[in-house]
Design a protein around this ligand. Sequence first.
Ligand code: PNS
Length: 162
Amino acid sequence: MRTAIYPGSFDPLTNGHLDIIRRGTRLFDRFLVAVLENEGKAPLFTVSERKELIARCTSDMPNVEVHSFSGLLVDFMRRVDANVVVRGIRAVSDYEYELQMALMNRELHPQIETIFMLPAVEYTYVSSRLVKEVFRLGGDVARLVPPTVLESLKARLPVTVG
Ligand code: PNS
């Protein structure tokens, strides 16, 4: 049984994340999307809202499970018996941070491997942070997030134009 974990903030899920999830589900038997419970950041959506959005957008992928975790990722991985971390890399600029995290996780738990996956080219510039900023300022993000997420953004964020 190959179990991978795809951890992140997912505030909110973007089409880039969804593309990585779809690709990952083809490589692993169980693909766990794990939302970090991080009280330090001021998120737009609560952890349970983010989990709900991910679950709704992945309902056609039977081997996806949606979880949340706090504390060290490697400790959570031991609990759920996962030994592969999946992270998406968009541009070279992502690499340095990802390298540090992967090597730190290896230091903490030598048996786990991190694999980096590339999203479809059309999503290489998409991030949750920019999606929220552009949406807030009245820009069109319909191509960048799943329709369910777009509806939740409309319900949550007031649009301030000019
Ligand atoms: O989508 P993000 O916010 O870049 O995801 C970062 C995440 C959740 C993968 C990372 O912050 C994480 O794993 N946090 C858990 C705490 C931990 O294990 N830290 C040490 C690993 S470097």
